[in-house]
Ligand binder design. Structure first.
Ligand SMILES: *Cc1c(COP(=O)(O)O)cnc(C)c1O
Length: 457
């Protein structure tokens, strides 16, 4: 018989996790004001809140930690990371930052000013936050197919070239750059095709605009290009990655995702003058340019992680596990975003709860019920995350109300995936007995989802 897929790693160290009871969870979630960010990690059995900084490092990464050079200036760890970024992504200049949003803060301090328009494909929440904080506007030019969770499309993260052209035509002088997020997290971990990247690049050339990548999951994006675009079927992940960045002027990177470290980030740049300007802000906000918010050991582990996670087998292990969970959920009838994303399965809360009004925060309702059912922590990617309109101050109801189940890299087994699927299956079975959701009792003026407090309607 054909041998089944199995992970190309084994486990050397384990971390026990606590199995709570339903009664305990009912009590904890109420005390947490129905915000899963307020739940303690030992109150969670399978934690799918995020794949950010939650992955398991390899033996080689841990070894690199011991070799970290903690010199303030000119540490060997800095040069190790500089070489890795140059070899893998092709950027001549880079600045280390403590995580992805810090890279955004530094780079956007140079590039974004009041009144600017920044088009892209579903900007990530911190990206949008850093744009709006500077009184500029993020314009989403993602293809319409991304907003129909039932529609099959190999590259739902793609930029709609007509939408982008309209923005560039109308506001050319106000656009500092175009940003492509790979993979498109907000639209469900959906990849962007290399053909699409090339087309966006040539449009940017026409209008004389920089093209910047938000690279948190660039390696997963490259894996999907290899799997889904026949032109790249025989290319290695590293070759595809090289080609992606041949079209980039700069990148911001959250290394907590595809570099499989617990903390870290960077900005990659091709231009010396951009690097010089960004260096000023890096020193102010992050640290000197040869460590910028990271210790030497962290830069070492990051360099090793970049190399490992641009190997096919590492990505296959991960993306196959995410798809395994997706297939189980489909089996149980749970409505999910298809095709499955690279880092997460997104459950469609509008299709899950067609009988509850959207003002009840459907995805949050689903996330709370999932936690109560099995101690599984997902996260709302819906109207709470979407925040209020900065001008009208009204709730923004995005096209998609999703609960994201993000799978940490190399952390859980497929038995955990079976458990998660059964948890969701049970909530789905009793969905009609859930008649209402939540209202907000307290919220922050920006990025409210982290601290929001809710009560049952
Ligand atoms: C996580 C993420 C960021 C922000 O990175 P942090 O390391 O969390 O600050 C930016 N963009 C995307 C697409 C992300 O997934």
């Amino acid at each position: 018989m054909e041998l089944p897929f199995a992970e190309s790693f084994r486990i050397k160290m384990i971390e026990p996790i606590y199995k709570s009871s339903r009664e305990e969870r009912l009590n904890w979630i109420q005390k947490a004001k129905y915000n899963l960010f307020n739940i303690k990690s030992n109150q969670v059995f399978v934690d799918l809140l995020t794949d950010s900084g939650t992955g398991a490092m390899s033996d080689k990464q841990w070894s690199e930690m011991m070799l970290g050079d903690e010199s303030y200036a000119g540490a060997s760890s800095y040069y190790k990371l500089k070489n890795a970024i140059k070899n893998i992504m092709g950027f001549d200049y880079f600045l280390p930052t403590h995580q992805g949003r810090a890279a955004e803060n530094v780079l956007f301090s140079v590039l974004v000013k009041e009144g600017d328009i920044v088009p892209g494909n579903s900007h990530f929440d911190t990206t949008k936050g850093h744009i709006e904080f500077r009184k500029a506007t993020a314009v989403d030019c993602t293809i319409d197919e991304a907003f129909d969770t039932t529609k099959q499309h190999p590259f739902k993260g793609n930029v709609d070239l007509n939408k982008l052209d309209d923005v560039l035509k109308s506001y050319a002088s106000k656009v500092p750059f175009v940003i492509i997020t790979i993979t498109n997290n907000t639209a469900g971990g959906q990849p962007v095709d290399l053909d699409n990247i090339k087309e966006v690049y040539s449009l940017c050339q026409t209008y004389g605009k920089m093209l910047i990548f938000d690279s948190a999951r660039f390696a997963e994006n490259a894996y999907f290009i290899k799997q889904r675009n026949p032109k790249y079927a025989n290319s290695s992940i590293k070759e595809i990655v090289k080609e992606i960045y041949s079209y980039a002027d700069a990148t911001t990177m959250s290394a907590k995702k595809d570099a499989i470290v617990n903390m870290g980030g960077f900005i990659g740049m091709k231009s010396k003058s951009l690097f010089d300007k960004a260096s000023v802000y890096n020193i102010m906000f992050e640290g000197f340019i040869t460590y910028g918010g990271m210790s030497g050991r962290d830069m070492n582990a990051l360099a090793q992680g970049l190399d490992e996670n641009t190997e096919f087998s590492t990505l296959e292990n991960r993306i196959e596990q995410v798809a395994y969970l997706g297939r189980k959920l489909v089996e149980y009838g749970v409505p999910v975003q298809e095709p499955f994303g690279g880092h997460a399965i997104f459950v469609d809360a509008k299709r899950f709860f067609p009988h509850i009004p959207k003002e009840h925060y459907l995805a949050q309702t689903l996330a709370v019920e999932t936690y109560i059912e099995g101690g599984v922590r997902g996260v709302e990617i819906g109207s709470i995350l979407a925040d209020r309109d900065p001008i009208t101050k009204l709730d923004r109801f995005p096209k998609l109300e999703l609960m994201r189940l993000a799978i940490p890299r190399r952390t859980y087994t497929n038995n955990h995936m079976d458990y998660v699927a059964a948890t969701l299956g049970n909530v789905f079975e009793r969905r009609n007995s859930i008649k209402s959701g939540f209202r907000i009792t307290h919220e922050a003026p920006i990025l409210r989802h982290f601290t929001v407090e809710l009560e049952r309607i």
